[in-house]
Design a protein around this ligand. Sequence first.
Ligand code: NAG
Length: 251
Amino acid sequence: MKPLILLLIIFSSFPTIIHCRNGVPFDYLMFTTIYPTAVCRADDDSVPESCEIPDGTPKWSIHGLWPNYENGSYPQNCHGTPKHFEEDLIKSIEERLVTVWPNLYPKKTIQSFWKHEYDKHGTCAQSEKLFESELAYFTEVMKVFDSIDVAGGMSSVGPSEKPIGAKDIQNALAGVTGGKKFEFNCLRDKKTKQFLLGDIRLCLNKDLTLRDCPGHHHDDSHLNRVSRFERSTRKGPPLPSFQVSVFSGLP
Ligand SMILES: *[C@@H]1O[C@H](CO)[C@@H](O)[C@H](O)[C@H]1NC(C)=O
């Protein structure tokens, strides 16, 4: 009899024992804002309806907020609640999300971009109280977007037909980022072959204060950014264009 009782006790407490925590510990967050004009110019427009900027889209829109590790890698598709994006949970903020976090690919649903971002990155952020639910995650990403005026900063350098360099971007955003190190990616315009500024990536502490983005290579961080861009154009979907920020201005 005794062994049986013991077994029952073990089984009855099992669910609490194996309860998984949501998300994973991470080091910092990366907020990426895209320039939809560049994204669509880099897109293959021989395909009809391949990339379109919806009416009302801000000059710089949201790509995502990603938990990252200091070593340059990042967690993805973590255990979360829910594990997969559920539109019902964000209904209360959806109207605003549609504008500031648009999907530029009309063949996909508006929600498909949010689903991708939540499933891949949002679930991993749930280890932090600030992001413990799907609604909280989307709400906080919009708060970050609202608190960092990339569009305002960048309006001092473009859009312009004049090439701009890394230094110009740094100067334009110095006030917005408080001088913190950030990253950016460029895209190639399919027609003109120009390099366009596609996105800007800012790094944040887990309490959403700005911090330096970690440099993963030596001190030639500018060259580094160029090669990052080349890597990112070879694989994966196109990212976002600042009309003509060509690299000729690079130091
Ligand atoms: C980076 O750090 C994380 C967390 O410490 C670790 O899980 C991961 O394996 C590391 N990745 C690499 C490529 O070193």
